[in-house]
Design a protein around this ligand. Structure first.
Ligand code: ATP
Ligand code: MG
Length: 321
């Protein structure tokens, strides 16, 4: 069953230099209980998509086209009041670097209880704290540490607390923006396992945002690869990760050769992504592409189906190749 259906979403920020097209013509769908990962380098528009789904884009933003259907209703046309009933209760977000935003002067349990109290009319503080206990159990924070302050927590525990906060109202969809980026690899692996098991237990839909394709491939059912505001590849995790079709995804996967078992050094990118204030007319990746030709500079890329479940946005690739 489709939980989230996004079609042709384009978002621009008003800046001093003019409109900056942060997200352009992005479409994807997410089924209930499934995980979709968005991967791409810094500034490619991942967080902007997450904030748009939460209705939390800053005031200098315009959604220039597209629709966002969540559980059948169009999120973009909801009034702020209706949106408030969806936000946190149906769709929650683990913000990028959220664990650093825990308030240092309040106990962690009180901060999670606060989230429950704010969104559950009529609930008593005692009942909210009972729910916090259940949530801490779910994210495996020892109950005896419940009443500690944030500085008494390790990074991994803070991140678990932030996940507990996102789960406070038992949403159907969680947007997890770089939830493990600040953690060492061991703790990252533990938290990713935790997220996978919570997802199964609660049948959550997760939109997982990361710059690390190996993390996304580990957690997600489907992967969307973004470059300079556009989706350039979309498909089932295995197809995208094991047979990447777009030259950019090949570059990303190539830089994680260790995961595929090959012994080679990651390659550095030969040039930066284009300026989104004045993106080039053709393919945005062409300056970095090892395979593109002159036409890629002027021709707009097209979606090319590589299989039922796998497509790339590219100018020159022949699907029969
Ligand atoms: N409030 C804003 N005003 C103007 N431009 C913005 C604003 N927020 C983001 N941008 C720009 O929009 C583009 C997309 O930003 P976004 O934060 O969505 O990228 P991201 O993929 O999440 O990057 P990162 O991996 O660094 O978190 C970038 O060029 C960024 O500079
Ligand atoms: Mg971001």
């Amino acid at each position: 069953m489709t939980l989230l259906d996004v079609k042709n979403l384009s978002i621009s920020y008003q800046t001093r230099g003019g409109p900056l097209q942060a997200v352009e013509d992005i479409s994807f769908a997410l089924d209930k209980g499934k995980t979709l990962g968005f991967v791409g380098e810094s500034g490619c528009g991942k967080s902007t998509i997450g904030l748009a789904l939460m209705g939390l884009l800053p005031p200098n933003t315009t959604v220039t086209s597209g629709s966002v259907r969540f559980n059948g209703s169009d999120l973009l046309s909801l009034s702020e009041e209706k949106l408030r009933q969806v936000r946190w209760q149906k769709i929650a977000m683990i913000f990028q670097a959220a664990m650093n935003a825990l308030n240092p002067v309040h106990r962690v349990s009180d901060q999670v209880a606060e989230a429950i109290l704010a969104h559950t009319p009529g609930i008593s503080k005692t009942d909210a704290l009972a729910q916090v206990r259940e949530l801490f159990d779910l994210v495996e924070i020892p109950i005896k540490r419940m009443n500690d302050y944030p500085h008494q927590y390790s990074g991994g525990m803070k991140q678990r607390a932030v996940i507990a906060m996102a789960l406070a109202c038992r949403p159907d969809l969680i947007i997890a923006d770089e939830p493990t980026t600040a953690l060492d690899v061991i703790v990252q692996a533990q938290i990713l396992d935790e997220i996978k098991s919570i997802q199964k237990e609660l049948n959550l839909g997760i939109l997982f945002i990361s710059h690390d394709i190996s993390v996304v491939a580990d957690v997600c059912d489907h992967i969307g690869v973004m470059y300079a505001g556009q989706l350039v590849e979309y498909g089932h995790r295995r197809e995208v990760f094991e047979s990447p079709g777009h030259p950019y995804t090949q570059e990303l996967v190539g830089s994680h050769q260790a995961l595929l078992g090959a012994q080679c050094q990651p390659q550095s990118a030969p040039s930066a992504a284009p300026n989104l204030l004045s993106p080039p007319p053709g393919c945005r990746y062409c300056d970095r592409c090892k395979e593109g030709g002159d036409t890629c500079r002027t021709e707009a890329p097209q979606w090319i189906e590589l299989s039922d479940n796998h497509r790339i946005f590219c100018c020159h690739r022949d699907p029969e190749e």
